[in-house]
Design a protein around this ligand. Structure first.
Ligand SMILES: [Zn+2]
Length: 458
């Protein structure tokens, strides 16, 4: 299996630290707002990474952290006039609601930053003692000049970091690129005790400590959106190297941007769509399909026409299963012949090549085509088996049956509309006939000022 490693800038053969096991850490949400559909792309993709490793027989430990203390939460708490802890609770709940609506199963661990403060203080103290960190007025900074390898992930050079756009200006710092490890708290802000006074940890420190604590000092895969390469992941690596002498994760994977009219979708640019709003308009599987039909490292444009097309594509796949009455044969024994195996191999080959989901989806459609023309249940089984690796068909029963219910409801509404037309034309005989025929099926119509309602009275 090959994975593109941002650290080495090439596709590498994936060799797990421990045979048969893979540990994955994904930088999770900062709980200060509902997450946007660009974040959803990252969360959905790493769900597939986890899923695929499982499919290939690996034992996976998947960690996604939650940042529940940060400047952004403090700003939001002032805006909403509720305590920081309430902001965290509100948006952590929303995060779980939205990931659940997206059809993303739970991670194994969701460490909250505020539960690891003691370990963070210990790490910062260690960095200070080793000469990598310095304190000024209760704030502690990491000195990038002390780190010979700084820039190893992003390729940035220390001399280019002179108060660049993404480096905050601060007269306390020895170098403008030095980053905050501990921040002194202002009155009323969340605070914890430390050797440097009351304050809170910096974001980059949180992830080093939590990944280490749950996955060990060295683990397999660290993931996130491409915007986390610098400064977040670079600064995580700096601390890990300063502490242990080695980089904590061996493979660094980054998902591409979701653009909107060519510009990166982000909260700071205020050009985003919230995942929960998009989910009101489109099915979760259509959104998943839209993202997975492009390579995860490519930038893509948010495009509702393409989401609609994705929705239609999913409907087509479901209609094939429906026509074959798949649920009836769901538990049948599967016997894959050579032709089935060949397609399965193509799917695996695509996914083994740095998770080429776009190619994997094209294999699904090849299988769908053959399923339709051959009516071979084993192809249908293969379609479902491989589709589920990409997170499709996970609620097959409900999906195949709900759709039928929905059609029934639409048919009843259609008859009600016809009855309305007959009434308008004063064709009482036909209007009554529709009412009575529906009644004999156990469907009772009731005329109200707001229109005709119906209920099942069997
Ligand atoms: Zn992180």
């Amino acid at each position: 299996m090959k994975i593109y490693n941002t650290l080495t800038r090439k596709k590498e053969e994936f060799v797990p630290l421990e045979p048969g096991k893979v540990n994955i850490y994904l930088c999770g949400p900062t709980a200060y707002n509902y997450f946007h559909i660009g974040n959803a792309r990252t969360f959905l993709f790493f769900d597939i990474v986890r899923n695929y490793f499982k499919y290939r027989g690996f034992q996976v430990t998947y960690v996604q952290n939650i940042t529940d203390v940060d400047d952004k939460l403090i700003d939001q708490s002032i805006k909403e006039k509720i305590p920081v802890s309430d902001i965290a609770e509100k948006y952590i709940n929303a995060f779980f609601e939205d990931t659940n609506s997206l059809g993303i199963p739970k991670a194994d661990y969701y460490p909250h930053a505020t539960k690891y403060i003691e370990e963070m203080v210990r790490l910062i103290k260690e960095l200070e003692e080793k000469g990598y960190a310095y304190e000024v007025n209760g704030d502690v900074y990491f000195s990038i000049n002390a780190d010979k390898k700084y820039g190893i992930l992003s390729g940035k050079k220390i001399e280019d970091l002179k108060a660049g756009a993404r480096v905050e200006k601060n007269i306390q710092k020895k170098h403008p690129g030095d980053f905050t490890l501990w921040k002194r708290s202002k009155p009323g802000e969340p605070k914890w005790q430390s050797p440097w006074g009351e304050g809170r940890p910096g974001w980059h420190t949180e992830c080093v400590v939590m990944s280490r604590k749950l996955l060990g000092e060295t683990f397999d895969i660290h993931g996130g959106g491409i915007d986390l390469i610098f400064p977040h992941h670079e600064n995580e690596i700096a601390q890990a190297q300063a502490s242990t002498g080695s980089i904590h994760a061996r493979y660094w994977m980054h998902g591409g941007y979701l653009n909107i009219s060519g510009e990166k979708m982000s909260k700071s640019l205020d050009n985003f769509f919230l995942t929960r709003d998009v989910l009101k308009k489109y099915d979760a599987e259509a959104i998943r399909f839209f993202f997975l039909s492009k390579h995860y490292r490519s930038s893509i444009d948010y495009n509702e026409d393409l989401i609609k097309e994705s929705s239609q594509a999913m409907k087509n796949l479901y209609s094939i299963l429906k026509e074959l009455d798949y649920l009836k044969y769901e538990d049948e024994d599967i016997s894959y012949a050579e032709t089935h195996q060949k397609l399965k191999d193509q799917f695996i080959e695509a996914m083994d090549d740095d998770f080429n989901t776009a190619k994997a989806i094209s294999v699904l459609f090849e299988i769908a085509k053959i399923t339709r023309s051959s009516n071979d249940m084993n192809f249908a089984h293969l379609l479902v088996e491989l589709g589920q690796v990409l997170g499709f068909f996970t609620n097959l029963e409900e999906k195949l049956e709900t759709d039928l219910n929905q059609i029934s409801e639409e048919l009843i509404q259609l008859l009600i509309n016809y009855r309305q037309l007959f009434k308008k034309e004063q064709n009482w005989r036909m209007a009554d006939k529709i009412r009575n025929d529906l009644k004999s099926l156990g469907i009772q119509l009731k005329d109200t000022p707001a229109g005709t309602e119906w209920e099942i009275v069997k």
